[in-house]
Design a protein around this ligand. Sequence first.
Ligand code: GAL
Length: 961
Amino acid sequence: MTAPYYEDFAPGAGALTPRAAFGSDADRLSLNGDWQFRLSPSVAAADAAEAAPNPSWDVLPVPAHWALHGHGSPQYTNIRYPFPVDAPRVPTDNPTGDYRLTFDLPVSWPEDGASLLRFEGVESCYRVRLNGHELGTAKGSRLPHEFDTGPHLLRHGNVLSVRVHQWSSGSYVEDQDMWWLAGIFRDVELVHRPMGAVRDFFVHAGFDHVTGEGTLRVDATPGGRITVPELGIDLATGQSATLPVEPWSAEVPRLYDAVLATDAERVPFRVGFRTVAVEDGVIKVNGNPILLRGVNRHEFHPDHGRALPYSTMREDVLLMKQHNINAVRASHYPPHPDFLDLCDEFGLWVIDEADLETHGFGGDDWRGNPADDPRWEEALVDRAARMVERDKNHPSVIMWSLGNESGTGRNLAAMSEWIRARDPRRLIHYEGDWSCAYVDVYSRMYASHEEVELIGRREEKPLDDPELDARRRAMPFIQCEYAHAMGNGPGGLTEYQRLFETYERLQGGFVWEWIDHGLRTQDAEGREFFAYGGDFGETLHDGNFCADGLLFPDRSPSPGLLEYKKVIEPVGIEVDTAAVTVRIANKYDVADLSQLAFTWSYAVEGRPVAEGALPVPPLRPGESAEIPLPAAPEASAEAWWTVRAVLAADTPWASAGHEVAWGQALAAVPARPQARASVSPVPGRSQITLGPATFDPVRGTLRTLHGFEVTAPRLDLWRATTDNDRGPDEAQSVATQWRRHALDRVQHRHDSLTVDETSVLVRTRVAPPAGFFGLYADYRWTSDGTRLTLTVDITPDGEWPCPLPRLGVRMGLPARLATVEWFGTGPGESYADTRRAARVGRYVATVDQLQTPYVFPQENGSRGDVRWADFRDAEGAGLRVEGDPVFALTARRWTTEQLESARHPTDLTPSDVLHVNLDLAQHGIGTASCGPGVLAPYQLRATPASFTVTFAGLSPAAGQH
Ligand code: GAL
């Protein structure tokens, strides 16, 4: 019995050989829109429904995924196949969508020539029939297929029927850590091919950086003429022209409009001249080494899944450019072709990746891996070919990637060989085979800082085969994935970037990943939230591991994106306060600084008191200069220099004034105020009074402060664990250690209360149940009569087996003190190893605005280095908390415990207490959800510590600062 087409090894049958994606003046008819649709639970049920006398139909838009339109539901898995692994067989219960569209040809549709049906993307396997005649079948969800309509196309009343199978043999090679979403999710078109039309063309446009000349040759079938009016080029296809041109790069994406003309057709296209090569062990484009500041981009929209509106693709590109990102890896499949046009136009280096991942086979030690089984060769090479043919004319594409996480194997070698023969002018990438036998670049994912440094020195651990080792050691290196942006984080970006900027061999990397795959959903009460794995009742799923992007699902930037923008900024700005100068360094690969304007400002306690333009010469890449700053104004309080680099003029991706880079330095530190006279506590039977505060007379816990009822501050060691704390491997994670040692359940033992002349002193020991270790914590309260000061002295006791989540106090304030103004870093959250984007200033936010809405609730919102914070009610009355010198602040309307047990932000309901944490420190963030944990300098260890905060009352009359 021969296998049905959805269960065989073949890539499909009947489609035309692949070719470049291009537009032309030939007729085209978009077949996007409402189609008739019927979902059946199996192929047999689909056949039965079709045979029924009056088959019933629903309506479904094309392009779309049916599960996002009420037919079936989405399922998310990372590595595991959602069906039994028995390739190439798939379950009998195989959701099957029958699509039908009736259409007429436009009156103007020519009589002569051919007409092709073009499908840009259908998941995962489909069969096309036109007016009852089968045109073919196809697999390769993110790849185009064209079918010749032959004699079957009618002027009126065409019935186009497409049967789509959710599961197919193709599913085994599309295991790409994303929602499984079937359907016709990219455009469908009817394309007219006049007699003598262009079948395919290949633009070769190199740039010689020594002569400054470009060479253009276009190979086309059939041949025609190429014109590039701006360059005065008019030549036959197959011939070449060499002449001075401006090269294309991601930083200066110079494109020339060109036309390929045959007797039958005019094909407009754009030429970007550039040459990619590995020279002296580094990747060079147009002779320049490049540093990839990249992201991995899955196509994702919270309502449409992978059926992206054009405006969303454009938004992605603009957001990348605006955040200093210069490269994108199309993980793990070729993106919609329009996206690559945008990359050409706005300037992004692209690794285009074949639609391939067989990760699930890793679960059985890669037994039966399609990447190594000759029966799959044709299908895999077809995937490589369809990508290369479609995208070969994009200057932005500098590397072809064979796929992702598909182990090793002969079919990968075959793909590489095919690509090399067809397009030797781009580099070949694949991460999964560390021998690098058939690639040009050594690529890894989530390698630790230590290992990356060794690789940077070309001192990595050798391969067993000395020849392969020598070959690999001579290769450039990239991290095709690093810094897993799941939840709060990633930490450790700065340290990676430092390595990338230090070692020539390290040419940057791609953060995992661009956007959280959270699907917009509503709970029973109609409140919106972003769903992740398991939210649709899937029995097999990988939870929120799909919410690991730099953008939230609605495309608002997460703190991680702002941090990344700062870490990779292309201009170094270092203010030297003593010398009153600023060092400006151009870290672009290609562009000079003439497109930027520089400004300085001088702010005292967060208020700018002077500012001006800073003349900076148009430094070339690699150059730097020391620029004098004006004399610093007198400052009575803490003062900071800020130097900013902004766009001098509008660009296609941001307006003039858009900030590209900045630097800050402390200019003046105020003299510390003298300790004021202290008042004595007044013990009483029902309370102790000390200045503006009252205390419980037995335990010495704070009760009221400036008339506000408060929950007394007490030592707090716990935080709502982050995705990075929990890690992928529960056994290894720091969160597991914390819980094993019961740090979420510490007990506070009251040892003594002493009221003396100047202070109320409470001694305690804070320790977990069953623990042989703990912390002595002494709370000493003093007052000058109007202000109240708390000093907490901490002395570890015993051997601490693990880092602390946090060290500080938590207290409760009335919830109406809901507006916070602070002088510290902001505006967003920051942690020990994610604090580059935080700048010193004065900020105002409501408590609600202080929360970062991670798709999966976890610790968030900490503002660092806070000198003081004012909590006010609507009338302006409230409390000030001052650090000595600083503290980290979180404030929320729910407890840490509630935050930790929430599964979605909608689980969090505000209470009438404002829970405030004043931290001396928190453990860093790291990126252990996939990759290295918190680096040593950012780990919080139990050591003797002391910290002081002072509380003062704020009255409405005092007004705002
Ligand atoms: C990588 C993989 C990505 C993603 C990431 C973790 O191993 O290539 O697709 O799964 O891990 O989010």
